[in-house]
Design a protein around this ligand. Structure first.
Ligand code: ADP
Length: 456
């Protein structure tokens, strides 16, 4: 009937809007490479290319007990990592949920809470005999917010992201703040290294799979890290570091194409997301890709079709009109619905939004989810390709350790990234393979702590 025909017309329109041709992808890769180079050349560029002061790869021979504290977006994780050498490790961990109040309360209180949780965790492990009674263990602190670092055990928070706003923290050394809390509570741990989840994932992935050259995170946000030669980082020349040394770079690539908006294909829905976000103009790449936004893109399309009278005529649509009410996990569920009737999609719309759907609508929504998810994966491929191409990894090939719910849970995300890499590089794109790097952020900062200890 005419409603279905209309939807088919709309779908064609969205296909054009959200599809990236191989040619377009190659243009993005070139611009991305330039942005990476610019970030290495000078400070305070759009893609900041932050030197992490992690020098070189782990040997895989690191051994011993290390603590790791990972202050992520939603949880605080405390881990005890036993490195066994030859790329093997054991990990025990506890998770503590962070309340919204804690994220906004005074910064020192936040670190006090981290110290309290760590103390409880250590006590538990002393009781069970895993940690010796008088041991002071080296600790790697995973703190995934942009910090400016000039050595491995120091980092000034530039600005909070991911919904944190704790006062008296921006502009301060978070290691010093954490140490102060540890001292106050007499916690037997020594902070020796500060890393972020992406750098941690890079180091941990390489420890278990030495073919790894790049790590990516696809979660609430998106980011990448890789190992760079000091001689190719002009902004570091004044520091007198061995030019032939290697240093891990935290790209903070979610910022690619921010402000100028010259290179990425942004639809009107992307523009709405940007304008209504708390940081308009910023994180342009991330806003097209990460878990925080994909559901919202689909929701904005749905709302437009409601306004145009194409779908849900005569139904009360207020629930789906609430910003950010459509979680990216719904896109995963919609794409993986195995039933002919698309029962999963019926469930999502009735249960969460009190809306009835026809089969044609459900097929249409699934097709939309696919367009949004596929575009995110193909843009991610562009970022990976930029690093691969810049570093000359294509011929020899490399592995890319990846983590985050979008990568791990979105059906077909990895396949689409690989397909995108082949569209960019042709047959040789097969040389670049992503894989799930489990628990990278915790294990990675333990390994970095071990590497730091050995250097001392
Ligand atoms: P974080 O990045 O905060 O450390 P995650 O890697 O779990 O944590 O990412 C959380 C993001 O992933 C959220 O934006 C959420 O919407 C999205 N997400 C959660 N579950 C899924 C899923 N099954 N499929 C796709 N995205 C998901």
């Amino acid at each position: 009937d005419s409603a279905n025909r209309k939807m088919a017309d709309h779908l064609r329109k969205f296909e054009t809007m959200f599809t990236l041709t191989p040619q377009r992808m190659r243009m993005i890769v070139e611009a991305f490479k330039d942005a990476l180079e610019t970030g290495l050349a000078k400070r305070d560029q759009v893609v900041p290319m932050i030197p992490t002061y992690v020098f070189g790869w782990p040997t895989g021979k690191e051994t011993g007990n290390y603590l790791a504290v990972d202050l992520g977006g939603t949880n605080l994780r405390v881990c005890l990592v036993t490195l066994q050498g030859d790329g093997k490790f054991e990990i025990t961990q506890s998770k503590y949920r962070l309340s919204e109040e804690q994220k906004q309360d005074d910064g020192q209180l936040l670190f006090d809470f981290c110290a309290e949780c760590l103390k409880a965790f250590i006590d538990l492990n002393i009781e069970s005999g895993v940690i010796e009674n008088d041991a002071v263990l080296p600790l790697g602190f995973t703190f995934s917010y942009p910090c400016s670092q000039d050595r491995i055990d120091h980092g000034e928070l530039i600005r909070w992201t991911k919904g944190f706003g704790a006062p008296n923290t921006e502009g301060h050394d978070v290691v010093a703040m954490f140490r102060k809390s540890l001292e106050k509570l007499s916690v037997p741990a020594e902070v020796v290294a500060l890393t972020c989840d992406t750098t941690g994932t890079l180091i941990a992935s390489h420890y278990v799979n030495p073919k790894t050259k790049i790590a990516c995170i696809f979660g609430t946000g998106c980011n990448a890290a890789y190992m760079e030669y000091v001689r190719d980082i002009p902004k570091l020349t004044a520091l007198n570091i061995d030019p032939n040394a290697e240093i891990a770079i935290n790209c903070e690539w979610g910022a690619f194409d921010s402000f100028e908006h010259e290179h990425l294909p942004r639809t009107k829905y992307d523009l709405v997301i940007d304008e209504t976000s708390n940081k308009p103009g910023e994180q342009a790449f991330e806003k097209l890709i990460s878990g925080r936004y994909l559901g919202e893109i689909l929701r904005l399309i749905i709302c437009e079709l409601i306004d145009e009278g194409v779908i849900f005529l005569g139904q009360n649509t207020y629930k789906v009109e609430i910003p950010y009410s459509f979680d990216t996990a719904f896109l995963s569920l919609m794409e993986s619905d195995p039933t002919d009737e698309l029962l999963m999609i019926i469930g999502i719309f009735t249960h969460f939004f009190a809306l009835e759907t026809t089969l044609a609508e459900r097929q249409f929504f699934r097709a939309l989810a696919k367009l949004v998810g596929r575009r995110a994966a193909r843009l991610s491929a562009c970022g990976i390709a930029a690093i691969v191409s810049k570093m000359g990894y294509l011929e020899e090939g490399c592995a890319v350790g990846a983590d985050g719910s979008l990568y791990n849970k979105y059906p077909g995300f990895a396949d689409r990234v690989h397909e995108g890499l082949q569209d960019i590089f042709g047959e040789k794109g097969r040389n670049i393979v992503t894989y799930h790097a489990e628990d990278g952020s915790g294990i990675g900062s333990a390994i970095v702590a071990a590497m730091t200890k050995i250097r001392k």
